[in-house]
Design a protein around this ligand. Structure first.
Ligand code: EPU
Length: 336
C-alpha cells in the first residue's frame, strides 16, 4: 500500500478533470481499507470508486482512498437463481459481460454503464426499463463509526429513481465493499419494452436472449452517449424532472409534442434531454466544455475543461430551462 502526495485524479474520473488529491492510496482488501482509515496522520478521507458519477471542481484536501477491491463469487444457488457477489472495485460493464457469458440474466439492459460495482446501489443505476433494485439482493458496507462491516438488504437501501439511503441518511457514513445480486440461471425475464431496444432488435434480426439485448443496448448507448475514454463525460448530468399533474397539464398544453412518462395520476416525468434541446444547447461547445450532439443530457469535456467550466455550463442550462419551462433541473452527478 503506497500513499502518494499531490496525485492527479484525471485518470480516476470519467469527466477527465485534472484536480489533485492531497494524498492518494489504492486499497486492495478490506483489511487495507481498515488499516488506512485508522491512520492518525490522515484524518480526512475521500472515498473514490469508479469516478463515473462525479464532477471535481477543486483539489481534494484529504486522503483519497481508491477502492480497488476485486473478486466475484457465487454465494448461493437454487434451481432457477444464483446469488452472485462482486467486490466494490469490479468494473460494472466487465461484470455484466461476465454474467452474460455465463448465461446469468437480469442485468443485460444495464450494459455499458460506466463505473464500479460499489457505487451502483448509491444511485440505483438504471437504463432501458431496468434498475439495479430489480436484481439487488444485499450489499456489505464498512461502517466508518463502528469500524465494522454491516449488511444492507434491499429494503434497507430505500431505493428510488437514481436514489438510495446512501445519498440520504447513510451518506458519508459507510463505504460499500461488495454487492450481491440475485440473477436468473434460466427462464430469463427479458425486458425489451423500451422502444429503442425493440427497434434495434428488429434491425439486428437475431434470436431474443440476454446476449441480443445486451448487444442492442450497447449499440444504442454507443450511438448516443460518448465513450468516456474518448470524450470525458459522466452519462446523464441531470435527473429527468418529475412534475405534478397540474404543472404537467399546463406544460402539455403549451408543448403537446413533448415526450413524457406517466408515473402515477399525480406525477409525470419529463425528459431533461428534450428540455435542454429546446433551449438550444444541444451540440454547443464553450471552450472545452460542451453539450453532446446526440444526447443533450450528457455534458462533455473535450480535453482540458475544468470542473468549474462544466459546472458553469450546467448552471447556465438550469437557468435557461427554468426560464423557458419553469422546471428545475437537478444534477444527477455528484459535484465536489
Ligand atoms: N431527447 C431529446 N433530445 C435529447 C435527448 C433526449 O429530445 O437530446 C428525448 C428522446 O427523444 C426521448 C426522451 O428524450 O424521447 C428520452 O431520451 P433517452 O431515451 O435517451 O433517455 P433519457 O431519459 O434521456 C434516461 C437515463 C439514462 C438511460 C436512458 C435509457 C436519466 C437521468 N437518464 O435518459 O441513464 O441510459 O434513460 O434508459 O434517467 C445515466 O443515468 O447516466 C444514463 C445515461
Amino acid at each position: 500500500m503506497k500513499i502518494e502526495a499531490h496525485k492527479s485524479l484525471q485518470k480516476y474520473n470519467t469527466f477527465g478533470i485534472d484536480v489533485k488529491a492531497k494524498h492518494f492510496v489504492s486499497v486492495k482488501s478490506i483489511a487495507e481499507l481498515k488499516n488506512v482509515i485508522s491512520l492518525k496522520k490522515y484524518p480526512n478521507h475521500f472515498i473514490l470508486g469508479g469516478g463515473s458519477n462525479i464532477l471535481f471542481t477543486k483539489d481534494i484536501d484529504a486522503l483519497v482512498i481508491h477502492l480497488n477491491l476485486k473478486g466475484i463469487s457465487i454465494e448461493k444457488e437454487t434451481e432457477d437463481h444464483l446469488y452472485i457477489k462482486a467486490m466494490a472495485g469490479e468494473n460494472w460493464h466487465e461484470f455484466v459481460l461476465y454474467c452474460i457469458k455465463n448465461n446469468y440474466g437480469g442485468i443485460e439492459n444495464l450494459s455499458l454503464i460506466p463505473g464500479n460495482l460499489g457505487t451502483t446501489p448509491i444511485q440505483n443505476i438504471g437504463a432501458y426499463g431496468v434498475e439495479l433494485k430489480d436484481v439487488f439482493y444485499e450489499c456489505e458496507a464498512f461502517d466508518l463509526k463502528t469500524k465494522t462491516q454491516k449488511c444492507f438488504s434491499k429494503t434497507d437501501c430505500e431505493f428510488g429513481y437514481r436514489n438510495s439511503i446512501f445519498k440520504n441518511s447513510a451518506k458519508d457514513k459507510y463505504i460499500i465493499t461488495s454487492v450481491t445480486l440475485k440473477l436468473t440461471k434460466k427462464n430469463h425475464r427479458l425486458n425489451y419494452s423500451y422502444g429503442a431496444i425493440t427497434d434495434q432488435l428488429k434491425k439486428e434480426n437475431t434470436d431474443l436472449n440476454i446476449k441480443a439485448i445486451s448487444k442492442a443496448v450497447i449499440n444504442i448507448r454507443q450511438s448516443k452517449i460518448p465513450n468516456p475514454k474518448e470524450i470525458g463525460n459522466s452519462g446523464s448530468f441531470f435527473k429527468n424532472p418529475i412534475i405534478n399533474s397540474r404543472a404537467f397539464s399546463q406544460f402539455q398544453k403549451q408543448y403537446p409534442q413533448a415526450p413524457f412518462y406517466k408515473l402515477s395520476e399525480e406525477h409525470y416525468k419529463v425528459p431533461a434531454g428534450w428540455l435542454i434541446e429546446q433551449t438550444g444547447f444541444k451540440g454547443k461547445r464553450f471552450g472545452d466544455a460542451g453539450v453532446h450532439k446526440n444526447q443533450a443530457l450528457v455534458l462533455v469535456n473535450y480535453g482540458s475543461a475544468t470542473g468549474l467550466e462544466i459546472l458553469n455550463l450546467a448552471k447556465n442550462i438550469q437557468e435557461q430551462v427554468s426560464k423557458k419551462f419553469n422546471i428545475t433541473l437537478e444534477p444527477e452527478v455528484n459535484i465536489l
